[in-house]
Design a protein around this ligand. Structure first.
Ligand code: 28F
Length: 634
């Protein structure tokens, strides 16, 4: 860094003509598509950012002018104003007309922290119809203009000024680019990204092309921490821990920083950058980061016995719901892959993995609450993944799920058209028997589920797939499961969970919902899953009777029937006789069905962890919260 502080006019490197750039633009900016066009802005802005990183520039303004040009202004020191000793021309002219070796796409080095200000400026000049440069330094203004890379207005002093910094306005060459129209959103996104990556640098964009002037301003003191917060907010996700975890370190000339925060979704969003360039294809910095967090979380889980000895978190597990930004700065960055968007420097993997391993461990030790949240999220992911794997294996098991036979306990209905049919999943053989007796067999099918309930609290989800309760359901629905799941094969329009209104009933519903959510999610999304609502009380006086679905209703009926009206609590479905069950719970004319909805994936993510967690209360709340009153037969 120090070397670049005060270099004079003599340090410009290898010289080359600009014709090469106009002949083969792709070599220098990758493409002449819209992407290449926008790259021009980045090339200029990058120079301002270098000046900001050197500590001399705080504001960068980007203006999209109505005439199609783009102007970039910074408030740095401005370019040294003298004559370049070896070239014998003004330094500003040298920077804009002589191609520097080692451009990004020509192979070789990179400018950041390397003190190569101005790389890229000549490329922009070569590919622009016109470029005007206004330099402000030591209270004097200077001006020079170019067309297609050639000087058209000689370098001159323009008088006194209070300004400092460089202003560059360029008109991209429409004989080179497929389009010369800048896209506001593209520019804005890129600039905001740069503001995140360079903490404290204030970057604004102004669009003067429309009827109304638009200006947006980006400056983040938090840098990539703010980037992570922004990404999570944009997702609409709830974060699992308040603070963004921030890790930074350096070795030799290389610096690395990482910001990370978990949210309640299933997906990860890991963005990586090398020298402020987005490395879409990842590379060594990303690999190092992933290896680091996997190791740290496994070690932590083992150390505190949160992970059982046979359990191991995979990379995927520890990344579920993770939003992270990795930014490295290095000299001599090597880019691989077709798009040159993959970092290849192997020393960076070591650096990033090293700092993550060391500093994330420390962070977790110092923040045990956050640590617990993260590790539990990862364990949930691991178990779900394991369960999914078993589900797939299960489908492969011939003669079980692939068989076209229906489960023996199923009392099917006559109607074959799915839209008209209902399948009642009934807790317990005795209630199942009652339901079979009273149902309308034209369209109502009954599948009793074994009495003894698999306790989701105490059983890993993989047990569910071999469970005597679940397999018959899969067979009855006809859809298959896992990768073979096919909703068009669904045999019933409504799948109605009918369980007692007690804790056991709640458990079996939880189990079923967990299962549907994870492996037959489209059934929930399409509104096929319902919950029946059996009454809580029978209120009677003589021959008159009422069914109450709440305590309030019970009290109301007691009053209504008057005198010595009695209320009797139904402890289970099995206590009702067939007529009562039909009247209260199964008759489409009278029953209350609650449709189970999953509001959106985000919300469901969080709810699922609740379902899989150790606490019974939130799990029960889930069922209640997600059972919406649905109108009959809608
Ligand atoms: C709108 C684009 O390009 N800003 C720039 C500087 C500052 C220096 C510099 C640039 C000098 C000899 C190369 C000033 N004082 N914005 C920009 N700001 N280039 S480009 O120096 C270039 C070197 O060879 C600068 C002291 N050192 C450097």
């Amino acid at each position: 860094m120090d070397v670049e502080k005060n270099y004079g006019d003599s340090q410009i490197q290898v010289l080359e003509g600009l014709e090469a750039v106009r002949k083969r633009p792709g070599m220098y900016i990758g493409t002449t598509s819209a992407k290449g066009l926008h790259h021009l802005i980045s090339e200029i802005v990058d120079n301002s950012i270098d000046e900001a990183l050197a500590g001399y520039c705080k504001h960068i303004l980007v203006i999209l002018h109505a005439d199609g040009s783009c102007e970039v202004k910074d408030d740095g020191r401005g370019v040294p104003s003298g004559i370049h000793p070896t070239v014998g021309k003004p330094t500003l002219e040298v920077i804009y007309t002589i191609l520097h070796a080692g451009g990004k796409f020509g192979g070789g080095g990179y400018k950041i922290a390397g003190g190569l200000h101005g790389v890229g400026a000549s490329v922009v000049n070569a590919l622009s119809k016109r470029v005007e440069v206004r330099n402000h330094r030591d209270n004097k203004g200077y001006y020079i203009a170019f067309e297609r890379g050639n000087v058209v207005e000689e370098f001159r002093e323009t008088g006194e000024t209070e300004l400092h910094g460089l202003h560059v306005r360029f008109w991209p060459d429409d004989t080179i680019f497929e389009t010369v129209e800048f896209d506001y959103e593209t520019v804005k996104t890129r600039l905001r990204e740069q503001a995140f990556l360079n903490a404290g640098v204030d970057i604004s964009i102004t669009d003067l092309r429309g009827e109304e002037e638009i200006t947006e301003d980006y400056c983040y003191e938090g840098g990539i921490r703010s980037f992570v917060e922004y990404l999570n907010k944009k997702k609409g996700a709830d974060v699992l821990h308040g603070d963004v975890i921030y890790i930074a370190g350096e070795k030799g000339d290389s610096q690395a920083e990482v910001a990370m925060q978990y949210n309640d979704t299933y997906n990860d969003a890991i963005l990586s950058f090398a020298n402020n360039m987005h490395t879409i294809d990842g590379g060594t910095h990303e690999t190092g980061f992933k290896a680091g967090i996997t190791k740290v979380l496994n070690d932590y889980g083992k150390k505190y016995n949160i992970l059982k000895s046979e359990e191991k978190l995979s990379g995927e597990d520890v990344r579920e719901g993770l939003t992270a930004v990795i930014s490295v700065k290095l000299e001599d960055a090597q880019f691989e892959s077709q798009t040159k968007a993959k970092l290849g420097n192997s020393e960076i993997r070591t650096l990033v993995e090293g700092i993550v391993t060391e500093k994330l461990s420390i962070y977790l030790e110092e923040n045990p609450e956050t640590a617990k949240i993260i590790i539990e999220k990862s364990i949930t992911a691991a178990r779900a993944r394991e369960a999914a794997k078993r589900a797939r294996e299960l489908t492969r098991r011939k003669g079980l799920l692939e068989s076209s036979s229906l489960p023996s306990k199923l009392a099917d209905c006559n109607e074959r058209r799915m839209e008209y049919t209902e399948l009642y999943l009934v807790e317990g053989d005795s209630a199942g028997g009652t339901a079979k007796d009273c149902r309308d067999s034209r369209f109502q099918a009954i599948l009793p589920l074994r009495g003894k309930i698999l306790n989701v609290e105490k059983n890993r989800i993989d047990r569910i797939y071999s469970s005597v309760q679940i397999v018959p359901i899969i067979l009855a629905l006809g859809t298959g499961i896992g990768s073979e799941f096919d909703i068009t094969k669904l045999r019933y329009g409504k799948i109605i969970l009918m369980a007692d209104a007690d804790v056991d009933g709640s458990h079996i519903k939880t189990l079923l919902l967990t299962f549907f959510f994870r492996h037959m999610r489209p059934l929930i999304d399409a509104g096929h899953i319902y919950s029946a609502t059996p009454p809580l009380y029978k209120v009677y006086r003589g021959k008159q009777q009422r069914y109450a679905f709440s305590d309030e209703e019970r009290d109301m009926y007691i009053e209504e029937l008057g005198g010595n009206a009695q209320a009797e609590r139904y402890k289970g479905l099995g206590e009702m006789d067939p007529d009562q069950l039909w009247d209260t719970t199964m008759d489409p004319e009278k029953r209350i069905l609650k449709r189970i909805t999953v509001e959106d994936a985000m919300e469901a993510d969080a709810l699922f962890s609740v379902l899989m967690g150790d606490k019974v209360e939130p799990r029960r709340d889930f069922i209640e919260a997600n059972a919406k009153y649905a109108n009959l037969d809608t």
